[in-house]
Write a new protein. Sequence first.
Length: 121
Amino acid sequence: MADLNNARTETFNITHFIIRVIVGSVVFAITSYVTKGLSISGLLPLVVSAIVLAALDYLVTRIFGLDATPFGKGITGFILAAAIIYATQFFVSGFEVDFWGAVIGALIYGIIDAVIPAKAM
């Protein structure tokens, strides 16, 4: 019975992570289209940057217990989301973002996250 509960929890986490990757991909695609502050050189950097975003979001949540979604914890969540988006460029070749691109990305991420909340599953 305990193994079944662990499997359900693991499935939920995997599902949550996949949804975060999809939402991250949409956010980065929209943000790179509407602002000069974020540029992505192709589909592979888009997907990899979304995976890095989801992984960093997960790590911040697990380590610090903070919700890093832009509207998850008010201004703290917004700042964390912008910082995570900014930090993503150091892990992904072909992904570049400046301060304003990270801020706009966090704003778009928050709006999309409000429409498609991954944690409501």
